[in-house]
Design a protein around this ligand. Structure first.
Ligand SMILES: *Cc1c(COP(=O)(O)O)cnc(C)c1O
Length: 362
């Protein structure tokens, strides 16, 4: 249907930087002079190890973190982290505390609940997750093993714009959909993870960046692959890692570095978000944003139209214009434009002018 690449607003798997895809294509049949592709080479090969170490180092450099943090590559998606975190860190005496700010935040809490070690520190469910709970709304158990946040709520289109003060309780965050999208004081966090298929690569690997002191030792009662200690001690090479995904994460991290780092990403991401939120706010009520203004996400812009019929029409006509993946999640309805690092500013501009045009015609 399309002869060329389109603007892909899907929430994840999501758009990747074109230069990264082109580089991977160029290297595909003969990776690092091995005469094999990265899909075929041993994960114990020296050429692969260089990729593995460089990806880890670049991620840590971008985050401004030192030797007290470790980068791990896990599997099972961010969803498996929802279970591994309480298994490794929480107990009935020291429960995990959760801020329920959306669907994934709630799913994370539910895994802790299955284990009987979860507590809710705050929730914005009563307002359909339109806003991020404020510092004043957080009721953190001083004895908690951690406070878990979902930093960007992919489905509802809300994002934390502050780092909670926890008074010594370790701070954990699911940053699946905003990892490396802007400079954050990452040192204030003890444990960060991200399913990479939103902003950092293809589906298949989860990036974990955590304090060494947290992952160097895990409860012996847990099976091997559910212990962070296994990943730490074996440098995420205890079993066969998803080598291609890690290679792609490394390429995306290098692309971010080459393009000005996190500060430059933030500048572009703010510009794109402004273009789309302005299109919503200046529509005289035709488009209605889901998120409260102070909680708006820079990554996922959610909005509704006056009727579901118009929403269907919007999705169909947008696609004809080469604007793909703008349909929202069923729990919010309406539209969602995901504008991760790799989405060019022209993509946001094209969507905004389509929105203005569509409003005029309807
Ligand atoms: C997509 C997403 C998840 C789920 O990730 P999987 O890798 O599919 O398990 C979790 N948290 C957030 C914030 C997400 O956007």
């Amino acid at each position: 249907m399309f002869k060329d690449r389109i603007y892909n607003f899907n929430p994840g798997p999501a758009t990747l930087p074109l230069p990264v895809l082109e580089e991977a294509q160029k290297e595909f049949l003969n990776f690092a002079g091995s005469g094999m592709s990265i899909l075929e080479i041993s994960h114990r090969a020296k050429a692969y190890d260089e990729v593995h170490q460089k990806a880890k180092a670049d991620v840590k450099e971008l985050m401004g973190l030192g030797d007290d943090y470790e980068v791990l590559f896990c599997q099972g998606g961010a969803s498996q982290q929802f279970a591994m975190i309480p298994m490794n860190f929480a107990t009935k005496e020291k429960p995990g505390n959760y801020v329920l700010s959306g669907s994934f935040a709630t799913k994370a809490y539910q895994e802790a609940e299955i284990l009987g070690v979860g507590e809710v520190a705050a929730s914005s469910k009563d307002v359909n997750f339109k806003h991020i709970p404020t510092q004043d709304e957080l009721k953190i158990n001083p004895n908690a093993a951690y406070l878990h946040l979902c930093y960007n709520n992919t489905i509802y289109g809300t994002e934390f714009h502050y780092i909670p003060e926890t008074n010594g309780v370790p701070l954990f965050a699911d940053m699946s959909s905003d990892m490396l999208s802007r400079p954050i004081d990452f040192k204030k966090f003890d444990f960060i993870y991200a399913g990479v298929q939103k902003n950092l690569g293809p589906a298949g690997v989860v990036l974990v960046v955590a304090k060494k002191s947290l992952v160097e030792k895990s409860p012996k009662s847990l099976p091997t692959m559910l212990r962070y200690e296994t990943f730490f001690k074996k440098d995420s090479l205890y079993n066969t890692p998803p080598a291609f995904c890690i290679y792609m994460v490394g390429k995306v991290a290098a692309w971010i570095k080459d393009n000005g780092g996190l500060a430059a990403m933030e500048k572009r991401n703010r510009e794109k978000a402004k273009i789309l939120y302005d299109a919503i706010d200046s529509s005289g009520g035709f488009y209605k944003g889901h998120a409260d203004k102070d909680s708006r996400s820079l990554m996922n812009v959610t909005f509704r139209l006056p009727s579901e019929d118009l929403e269907k029409k919007f999705v169909a006509e947008a696609l004809e214009e080469g604007l793909s993946g703008v349909k929202g999640h069923r729990s919010v309805g309406g539209m969602r434009a995901s504008i991760y690092n790799a989405m060019p500013i022209e993509g946001a501009e094209k969507l905004a002018s389509f929105m203005a045009e569509f409003k005029k015609k309807n």
